[in-house]
Design a protein around this ligand. Structure first.
Ligand code: UD2
Length: 327
């Protein structure tokens, strides 16, 4: 992605800046010359994720919850140039959302809509929201198109429902873009957190020379998208990629390629130069069988498409995990 002269003047708020994706987004925005106001309450993020950029002069950080009333107005008072809000902070654990449905609706939906309304009133240029493939529930019409998620969708968790409702509100705002991200992976994804996906777990198992724990037959598939491609999508959504900004709406962020869990295990082993040892365990309750995106809408709207192959993304993830493990 190329930057433009305008990019350097943009002051952006990133909620969830200490998280996996939020920290990569903040780092990239700073590298483009933007000023970044990071917000996080450390409910799932950590300082370590921000260590690569926390001391940069363009970065300021506020430890607070996105449920704080008047948060954006307060940020605007402290940082009058703030013009763009990337809202990534959320309750990210699906099992937690099942146990705490009301809290999840409060944080993942109501707080997001309140921030959006504040951004509109304050004259922000863009509000970009982190949606999720969970918004499609168990829809079996594959590959998944943006219009398939609707009021009638049978969401499998309060997390999926809250994200759907918030995305719908964002997409109908004149400044709103909701990104429906599929299975994101890459450096800084913690294998031991409730957010951890199969790739961070498998990379950890590979480095410890343990067998991969495959739930069920391993023929279930996912659309794995590398974190730097996701960051590119955020920049496109905000008009910071050097191309035209994506018009308000909701967009899938995926590769359009389905990878089975067995194929994933084999690819990680090939990167590691080992043979894959797989231990089959019972299927995980509530798992969906297949998930894959139609990613073309964001390409048509703003020229975005995923660029990093699974093998290359895995190489980067493994190399990061080796260094992180040795610290
Ligand atoms: C993703 C999201 C979840 C929610 C859900 C909605 C991640 C990490 N999780 O869950 O938050 O949005 O989509 O659909 O993005 N697996 C194994 N062995 C393991 C771990 C996982 O076989 O040790 C399998 C698992 O059974 C599943 C697949 O790998 O079939 C992917 O699992 P996941 O937890 O990474 O992601 P997913 O799509 O179930």
């Amino acid at each position: 992605m190329t930057s433009t002269a305008n990019d350097a003047n943009t002051c952006c708020i990133v909620t969830g800046a200490a998280g996996f994706v939020g920290s990569h987004l903040a780092e990239r925005l700073l590298s483009l010359g933007c000023r970044v106001i990071g917000i996080d309450d450390f409910s799932s993020g950590c300082w370590e994720n921000m260590s690569a950029f926390e001391k940069q002069p363009g970065f300021s950080f506020h430890e607070c919850s996105v449920t704080s009333p008047g948060l954006l107005a307060e940020m605007r008072e402290r940082h009058p140039a703030a013009a763009c809000c990337f809202h990534l902070a959320a309750i990210v654990s699906v099992p937690y959302s099942v146990e705490h449905p009301e809290e999840t609706m409060e944080v993942d939906c109501h707080a997001a809509v309140s921030l959006l309304r504040e951004a509109e009133e304050l004259g922000f240029r863009r509000f970009v929201f982190a949606g999720s493939a969970a918004e499609y529930g168990d829809d079996g019409r594959l590959p998944l198109r943006e219009e398939y998620a609707s009021e009638k969708t049978r969401h499998l968790s309060p997390y999926g429902r809250a994200k759907y409702l918030a995305s719908a509100a964002v997409a109908s705002s004149r400044i709103g873009v909701a990104l429906r991200c599929f299975n994101i992976y890459g450096p800084r994804q913690d294998p031991g957190s409730p957010y951890s996906g199969v790739i961070s777990r498998f990379v950890d198992m590979a480095l410890q020379e343990r067998s991969y724990t495959v739930f069920g037959d391993g023929m279930q598939t996912r659309d794995f998208v590398f974190v730097s491609d996701v960051v590119d999508a955020y920049l496109c959504a905000a008009g910071l990629s050097g191309a035209v900004p994506a018009p308000p709406g909701v967009y899938n962020v995926g590769t359009g390629r389905a990878t089975s869990i067995v194929e994933l295990a084999e690819t990680i082993s090939a990167v590691e130069g080992r043979r894959a040892r797989i231990e089959h365990l019972p299927e995980r309750a509530g798992d969906i069988r297949h998930s894959v995106s139609v990613p073309e809408a964001l390409e048509r709207a703003a020229g975005w498409r995923s660029r990093v192959s699974l093998a290359d993304g895995l190489k980067e993830t493994v190399s990061w995990a080796r260094t992180a493990g040795s610290r």
